[in-house]
Design a protein around this ligand. Structure first.
Ligand SMILES: C[S@@+](CC[C@H](N)C(=O)[O-])C[C@H]1O[C@@H](n2cnc3c(N)ncnc32)[C@H](O)[C@@H]1O
Length: 254
């Protein structure tokens, strides 16, 4: 099994994923499809291909394009714009960052928790704000860590699967951009637990308004998510941009 995990992770975009996640999807696949002879070359080939496809649903399709060394050079040269273009989520959001900065100005957070952060922290993090960056993909976290170090930002990185985490640091603002939709079948329950358990004054949560092929979605508003907010009695406002829908949520209980 260890060899199979290694083989699956040979693809650059999957290298940063934890072995435990790869192993659990691999075991699921083998059990679900009742694969008996995992050692035959034919089955191995199919299993590797299928599990890679499954893993890409979690992270691969968004993974940054260039390698860590190239990205470190971009950080050292403070070439943030080029870095942002490296990751599909930040690239698509370049025009929207002024709106996000306006929201930050209003909230004036002293601490931020960014779940499924990708390389988003390199735009948002600044001195004076304690920044906690979580992602399942280690490749992006390394870049974020280098950015924190070079810019003297008080931040830490956490290579974690947020579906399995139960404790998070207390913060003023929790950011979750374009992550909740890709948390798998349990996404509604997990989203509810995150909103309930995270001790944060505000949440800024976004969803894509376009499909992966770039077509506008027919109904981009996430009613399942709004229902959770109503059940938890959280007040919220919605802002829509060309590519994204942002929910700014206030936790009045705090
Ligand atoms: C669409 S990208 C968004 C990245 C970033 N939030 C942004 O909008 O710029 C989704 C991110 O969520 C991360 N991710 C997916 N599933 C995760 C999980 N279960 N736990 C932690 N991070 C996860 C991926 O690795 C990827 O970086």
């Amino acid at each position: 099994m260890d060899n199979l995990v290694k083989k699956i992770k040979e693809k650059f975009e999957l290298r940063g994923l934890p072995d435990t996640l790869v192993l659990s999807l691999l075991e699921d696949y083998i059990n679900k499809n009742k694969i008996k002879d995992i050692h035959s070359e034919k089955s191995k080939k199919i299993v590797i291909k299928e599990v890679r496809e499954e893993l890409r649903k979690y992270t691969g399709q968004y993974a940054s394009k260039s390698n860590i060394k190239n990205r470190k050079t971009l950080i050292i040269n403070n070439n943030i714009e080029e870095l942002l273009k490296n990751h599909s989520s930040t690239r698509e959001r370049i025009e929207d960052y002024p709106l996000i900065r306006d929201v930050l100005k209003r909230i004036n957070p002293k601490s931020i928790l960014d779940l499924g952060c990708g390389i988003n922290p390199i735009v948002i993090a600044e001195k004076g704000i304690k920044y906690h960056a979580y992602d399942i993909n280690h490749n992006d976290l390394i870049v974020v860590e280098q950015f924190f170090k070079i810019n003297n930002i008080n931040g830490d990185i956490h290579h974690k699967d947020i579906r399995e985490e139960t404790t998070f640091p207390k913060v003023d603002l929790c950011i979750i951009f374009k992550v909740l939709d890709i948390l798998g079948d349990r996404r509604i329950g997990i989203s509810r637990d995150l909103l309930k358990n995270i001790d944060s004054r505000y949440f800024l949560i976004s969803f894509a308004t376009r499909t992966l092929t770039g077509k506008p979605m027919n109904s981009p508003y996430r009613r399942w998510f709004e229902n959770i907010l109503k059940t938890l009695k959280y007040k919220y406002e919605v802002k829509r941009t060309k590519q994204e829908l942002f929910y700014l949520i206030k936790n009045d209980k705090l």
